[in-house]
Design a protein around this ligand. Structure first.
Ligand SMILES: [Ca+2]
Length: 348
């Protein structure tokens, strides 16, 4: 009886004590509780990459994730410069950035908002946004930086969120042993990566060739067929069902006199416009779990020579794709707005 009493008193004490823990203390979760994430992006093409990156900083603020690196598969000086601006503005200037050489030619696919924001000036003619890095051309190539970052992590602990072309991931699989690991790229991924979550493909229209796949079909073929871990993809039709509203961009950021994401959104298209949330859906799935989505049964995903994607159920398959109904789409949209309009922890 006495033991029971001591037990309940201890429990009450624990509950009361936990109630006194500050938000900052709660955020200091042990590293093992944080999801280790690498973000693979064509930042500078569509604005959804920048919105998705904002979400990752917010999850890092909350102590939910550790963003190990940002890998760029859009080539050029401005994507890394804009990434550095974002890292600096959100208070994470040390997050490593990987770049690409001889990548996909996509400079004319869309307004390059990364370039637009990088070139913005303040009233004195200096750069509008603070940078941390001096020389973006000296950054490591992404497929090699993956090896360095993955080799430092516990086995089966890293999730890669890939929301652009598959070029860097295909190159990573083909890497040879080096000073970071004696494993091949394929072996290193199998040992260190838990999940690859992509924004790629289309499963409700076999005639639709989705952009991330089409821009580098050989790389997408390789990744969907050879990637050694489970792979979940958020296809074209999911992001198309959920639009980020222009009204939020116009009304919900009055707390910030200057905001690189808001400037980027305004650069990308003439306002006001709502934009599909393709890349954001992959981030949400990885960090907040599958409850927002319908997840397909297990199977395999094949990429055709033209860039179509087909899913075939297989009992022992480890590929899945996401879908949403209209109610789920509305819930996801509200979650995006809630998260993206939050002030970052670094904001003063
Ligand atoms: Ca993208």
């Amino acid at each position: 009886m006495m033991e029971n009493k001591i037990y309940w008193l201890s429990l009450l004490f624990l509950i009361a004590f936990n109630g006194c823990i500050s938000k900052e203390q709660q955020n200091e979760q042990p590293d093992s509780k944080k999801q280790k994430i690498i973000f693979e992006t064509d930042l500078g093409n569509d604005i959804d990459d920048a919105l998705a990156l904002d979400m990752l900083y917010k999850y890092q603020d909350a102590g939910d994730i550790e963003l190990l690196g940002i890998m760029l598969n859009k080539e050029g000086a401005h994507p890394p410069e804009f990434t550095d601006i974002m890292n600096s503005w959100y208070g994470y200037p040390d997050i490593p950035i990987g770049i690409i050489h001889n990548g996909v030619e996509c400079e004319h696919d869309a307004t390059n908002y990364a370039k637009c924001v990088s070139l913005m000036k303040d009233e004195n003619g200096g750069p509008k946004f603070q940078r941390y890095l001096n020389d973006h051309t000296a950054l490591p190539e992404a497929h090699l930086l993956y090896r360095e970052l993955l080799a430092q992590q516990a086995d089966h602990s890293v999730t890669i969120i890939s929301v652009g072309f598959s070029t860097n991931l295909a190159r990573l699989l083909d890497t040879s042993p080096d000073e970071f690991s004696k494993l091949t790229g394929q072996e290193l991924v199998a040992q260190k990566v838990k999940l690859l979550c992509t924004m790629a493909g289309c499963f409700n229209n076999p005639e639709w060739y989705e952009y991330n796949v089409v821009e580098d079909i050989p790389a997408a073929k390789k990744v969907f067929s050879e990637w050694p871990t489970p792979l979940v993809t958020s296809p074209f039709e999911v992001g198309m069902a959920i639009h980020y509203p222009a009204t939020s961009i116009e009304n919900d950021f009055k707390w910030a006199a200057e905001h690189p994401l808001v400037d980027a959104y305004r650069c990308y298209h003439e306002m006001p416009y709502d934009r599909p949330t393709w890349d954001l859906t992959s981030v949400l799935y990885v960090v907040e779990g599958p409850s927002y989505f319908n997840v397909s049964e297990a199977g395999k995903i094949e990429v055709s020579d033209q860039g179509a994607t087909t899913f075939t159920p297989e009992e022992n398959g480890n590929r899945h794709y996401l879908s949403v109904d209209s109610l789920q789409a509305e819930q996801i949209k509200q979650r995006f707005i809630q998260l993206i309009t939050q002030q970052p922890a670094n904001f003063e």
